[in-house]
Structure formats: structure tokens, C-alpha cells
Design a protein. Sequence first.
Length: 196
Amino acid sequence: MEGTLLVGDYIFASPLTYGVRLPGTAIRAGALREPSNGDVVVFRPDFYEPRIDVLKRIVGEPGDTLQMVGRVLYRNGDRVVEPYVGTFRSLDVALTLEGPLGQGWQLDALPKGIDRAKYRATRDTWGPLVIPDGQYFLLGDNRDRSTDSRQLGFVPRDVIRAKVLRIVHSVDPTSQNGFPGVFRRARWERSGMRVP
């Protein structure tokens, strides 16, 4: 998420937006709404050990058809305007991992009529993929340096924990000027910013 969020940002994320799961059940209480496209979310996937919280942006909801062609994202046939995406540039990299990581998982999400034997996904060109019920497609805003749904697959609704709302405070870990401690390195211009 580099660019939208920086190393040293302290964020406020609201679990109440999507509801809090009652312990030992699949029931969510107090949800204001469901996750939606454009939300930056905190989720805790099963595939990381140790279990950690990860931040990414939702770009596809259940039922959406997503495709990326030459780094341009399309949702349901329409180009997605993404002003938050970094302008970092590097070579297009093939997704070489098979199975749950890499393009192998994408084969089940291809719509009818696509030749699965000829399908080859890269980091910057893939799809179209149809997002199944109860699943979301998440991408990082720094697309060149993000491990996200392109490699990891769909993210189940039940692991999405909170919506990121604001940067509470930001500290530049490389700064050596000013007062000691947190005030020496504060990036005051980021404090209180809404996360787009």
C-alpha cells in the first residue's frame, strides 16, 4: 500500500463498519454495511504463518468480473479509475506459482468460453475472472511490490476484519531533525488524513 500508506503511519480501522463476529459463531453483529469496492481493509488470511493482519484495497466484490490488461484494471467491462495506484514501473512478471498461489487458482474463476489450456496470467495482464459469492478480490496500491489476490486468490468475507478510515499520526523513521522522540520525526501533514 506504499504511497497511500507509508512506513510510520498509525491508522484507525473500524471493525464496526463491517460488524464484529460473535466468538465461536459466523454471526456478525452491528454491521453498518458490507465491504465494497474502493475500501482499504484489514484482513487476516489463513495462509500467513504466523497469522498477521494485512492491508489491501477491495477492487472486486462477489459477482464482479475483473480483468487487467497492461496494468489497466477493468470491472464488469468498464475501466476502473484508480488515482491511488502508484506510478512505479518494472517489467511484467509471469505468475509462475501453481496451486493455491499463482495462476493455477484462476482457472476455476474463468468464465465459460475461455480456453483454460491456453490461459497465461502475468502480474499486469490476467482475467477475466468472475468473483464467486462470499469472496473479494484485493490489490495493493503499489502494484509492483504487492502480494495480493493476483497471486493469493480470492479473499473470503469472513477474514475481512475492518475498514481503514484515517491516518491518526505519522512518523518518518528516517528523520533526524527537531525534537527528540515522536515529535522529532512527525509528519504532521499526514495526521488526521482520510484514507482514500
